[in-house]
Design a protein around this ligand. Structure first.
Ligand code: MG
Length: 233
C-alpha cells in the first residue's frame, strides 16, 4: 500500500483571509472607540498602517515582542493625533479589535470541502505562529477543529519556536508521524512558510495572495483549488 503523505497548512491568510478580517476589525474598533471615533478614519488608518510596518520590522529583528508591538502601535498612532493613552488603555483597544476580528470569522465551505477531500488521501495539519488562545479561538470559529485532530494543530507558543525555525516544522512532522521529505507545506509567507519549510526539508507550495515574482524551484498557487491539479486529482 502506498504510504500516506502529509500536507501542512499555515493558518492566517492561507486557510482564511486574515488581512481582510484584520482591516475590517481595525476600522470597526477605531470607529467605535472613545479615543478615535471623532478622527478622520482614513488618515488614522494611514498612520496606523505606517506604524504597523515599522514595528513589524523591529519585531522581525527581535527588538520587540508581539505584545509590545500591539501596545506601541496604538500609543504611537494616537500620539500622532495629540492623544495620549496608557499601556492599559492601549491593551483595551487591542482587545476590542480582537473581539471584532473573532466575531467576524465564519467557517468557509470551500476550505472545508477542500480539506475533507484531501483528507481521503493525506494526513492534514496546521502550523501557525502565534498565541495558543488566539489561534485556537480562530480555529474554533472557522470550525477547522472539527476537521483537524487537535494533536495535528501546532502553535508556535506551545512549541517554543516560530516559523521559519526548522524545529517547529520537524516538531509538526513528528506529531503527524511523517518524514519531512514526505511532507508538503502550504502557506502565504515567502519567508516563514516557503523558505522555512524548504530549509527544513519539506516541499513548499507558495500560496501567493498578492502579485509577487516566482521563487525559483518553488511551486505556487493563487487559489487553494489549484492544489487539486498540482496533486494530480
Ligand atoms: Mg500566513
Amino acid at each position: 500500500m502506498k504510504e500516506r503523505q502529509t500536507i501542512l497548512f499555515d493558518l492566517d491568510d492561507t486557510l482564511y483571509p486574515f488581512h481582510k478580517h484584520w482591516d475590517i476589525a481595525t476600522r470597526h474598533a477605531f470607529e467605535t472607540s472613545r479615543w478615535t471615533s471623532h478622527l478622520d478614519q482614513e488618515q488614522l488608518m494611514k498612520v496606523y498602517l505606517s506604524e504597523d510596518t515599522k514595528l513589524w520590522e523591529l519585531h522581525k529583528q527581535g527588538q520587540i515582542t508581539l505584545k509590545q508591538l500591539r501596545r506601541i502601535r496604538y500609543v504611537k498612532t494616537l500620539s500622532h493625533f495629540g492623544i495620549t493613552i496608557s499601556h492599559t488603555e492601549s491593551d483595551e483597544l487591542f482587545n476590542v479589535f480582537m473581539g471584532y476580528l473573532f466575531e467576524s470569522l465564519r467557517p468557509q465551505a470551500e476550505v472545508h470541502n477542500l480539506l475533507m477531500c484531501l483528507q481521503e488521501k493525506y494526513n492534514i495539519g496546521i502550523v501557525t505562529n502565534g498565541f495558543i488562545d488566539e489561534q485556537m479561538e480562530k480555529i474554533r470559529r472557522l470550525e477547522l477543529d472539527k476537521l483537524i485532530h487537535s494533536e495535528h494543530i501546532v502553535i508556535s507558543e506551545a512549541v517554543g519556536y516560530s516559523k521559519p525555525d526548522r524545529r517547529i516544522f520537524h516538531h509538526a512532522c513528528s506529531k503527524l508521524k511523517s518524514y519531512p521529505n514526505k511532507t508538503i507545506f502550504v502557506g502565504d509567507s515567502l519567508f516563514n512558510d516557503v523558505l522555512g519549510s524548504l530549509n527544513s526539508g519539506l516541499t513548499p507550495i507558495w500560496y501567493k495572495t498578492f502579485d509577487a515574482p516566482d521563487y525559483d524551484g518553488v511551486l505556487s498557487i493563487s487559489s487553494l483549488d489549484e492544489l487539486f491539479s498540482i496533486l494530480g486529482y
